[in-house]
Design a protein around this ligand. Sequence first.
Ligand SMILES: [Zn+2]
Length: 276
Amino acid sequence: MPNTITLLREIQRIDLQIEALLKEEAQYRASLEGSGEELGGMAAEAEALEAEVSELTEQKKEREERVRQNKERIDKDQARLGEIKNDKQYKAVNKEISNAEKSNRLLGMEIDALGDRLTEKENELSERQGRLSQKDAALGSMKEELAGKESLWSKNREGLDAEREAVAKDIKPQVISRYERIRSRRGGTGIANVKDETCLGCYIQIPPQIYIHLLKATSELIDCPHCHRILYFAAEVIEEAVPEEAAPEEAAPEEAKPEDAAPGEAQSDQGASEEV
Ligand SMILES: [Zn+2]
């Protein structure tokens, strides 16, 4: 059976992979949520703009209707003028015509101004609607992708959980919980390599007697006196690499590891690590 530290290294490798998987999932979901919120904001803006366009359209229509009514009145008044004999009445109707014409000139100016604003807002609206539909399509494909990703995540997670369980069953429960306790306090790593008499978990030098003890590679688990991670000694540093990349690289340096020379446990150590 592989020694405990070899098994713990396996556990840590798997745990880092699980962590990376969870992080990827969380990032994807966050970006999906962010896109959804952005889309909601864009839709609300487009809706407000739509309301503005319809309000301007109403205002323009209302003035156009008044112009139409004025014209009708002018036509009627002009027809009446021929029949009027009374000078005073003639003047009154004429004044009514000129007032209506004046009102139409003003309304015409308002209609022009409203028309300009309306064109401007309509252009803005169509530009926004274009961006909105692009964003909507992008979000749609992200959502479609999600189903595939979810099944991949859960498949990978199941694989890693099973792998972890298989390794963990050969480790004493109190050792696993010790590892987990340290790990939860120490940003995801419960064990640390030692290089140049320095713990690579906290980058603080460890006392020489602990280092010598570690080199002897007994089955005893040794904690870093500073960060309390369980220490191990490997010729090459590989644990600090990105989890996904760590696995294939791990097999090679393993062979040169002095601790593998420990009596009784050495052969199976290599076997366990290289299978990965
Ligand atoms: Zn340390």
